[in-house]
Design a binder for this molecule. Structure first.
Ligand code: PLP
Length: 233
């Protein structure tokens, strides 16, 4: 079911209230936290409706979907795409097609960093990236191991066309939102170990279920799909 503009407006209002309450509780300014609307599986029309409600940042997990929506919504000014899915090296060129590259949240290996750097250099682009860390140490999950982050950041610092903005994580899935908090804190600890907020200002963490805990821990980018667009089919 695609969300009507009215349901979307009501959901955005409720979501915005949640984020504001979380910021208030954490003693943080609302402007410190960016809402990235995760639009995977949603139509370009739904993204357009969210854009009309004032949203500007949209997150996609699949390269083909990103490219299709980016093309059909190319005339919307100020729209910033975020790539938040697992990125294969043979898809990097497609992801960077066009003049306005997405923020890539999911750089998790020096080899992927090098491929992004090569493609960004060839296209004359500057690409903002985040290093994805698998703080939960889950077998099947993307992200570098915490112990590999130093090497990954080292590789990224040698990439002249990539701007490392911070860290991203997806904690293990549970029914209990509070269970995410230790993983968010672990990402903050890694950020502090590798230079702090001056060097790595962005922390991409927190989704529909656990966004309050992410804001409390220090998130600067919330990736929210369900609370905005409804349950995915
Ligand atoms: C789907 C997805 C989200 C959004 O999840 P919701 O629970 O729908 O808010 C956030 N981050 C990533 C990496 C995702 O794949």
């Amino acid at each position: 079911m695609s969300a009507t503009p009215e349901t979307l407006a009501a959901r955005l209002e409720a979501l915005e209230a949640r984020i504001q309450r979380a910021c208030l509780a954490a003693g943080r300014a609302r402007t410190e936290v960016r809402l990235v609307a995760v639009s995977k599986t949603r139509s370009a029309e739904e993204v357009h409706a969210a854009y009309r409600l004032g949203l500007r940042d949209f997150g996609e997990n699949y390269v083909q979907e990103l490219c299709a929506k980016r093309e059909s919504l190319a005339e919307l000014s100020g729209l910033q795409w975020h790539f938040i899915g697992h990125l294969q090296r043979n898809k990097v060129r497609e992801v960077l097609r066009g003049a306005l590259p997405p923020v890539v949240h999911t750089v998790d290996s020096p080899r992927l960093a090098q491929e992004l750097e090569a493609r960004a250099a060839a296209a004359g682009l500057e690409v903002r990236v985040l290093a994805q860390v698998n703080v939960g140490g889950e077998e099947q999950k993307s992200g570098c191991a915490p112990g590999e982050l130093g090497a990954l950041l080292g590789a990224l610092s040698g990439c002249a066309h990539l701007r490392v903005r911070g860290l991203m994580t997806v904690p293990p899935h549970t029914e209990d939102a509070a269970a995410s908090r230790p993983f968010f804190d672990a990402l903050v600890a890694l950020r502090d170990r590798f230079g702090g907020a001056k060097i790595l200002p962005e922390l991409s963490m927190g989704m529909t279920q656990d966004l309050e805990h992410a804001v409390a821990a220090g998130a600067t980018m919330l990736r929210v799909g369900t609370a905005l667009f409804g349950e995915r089919g």
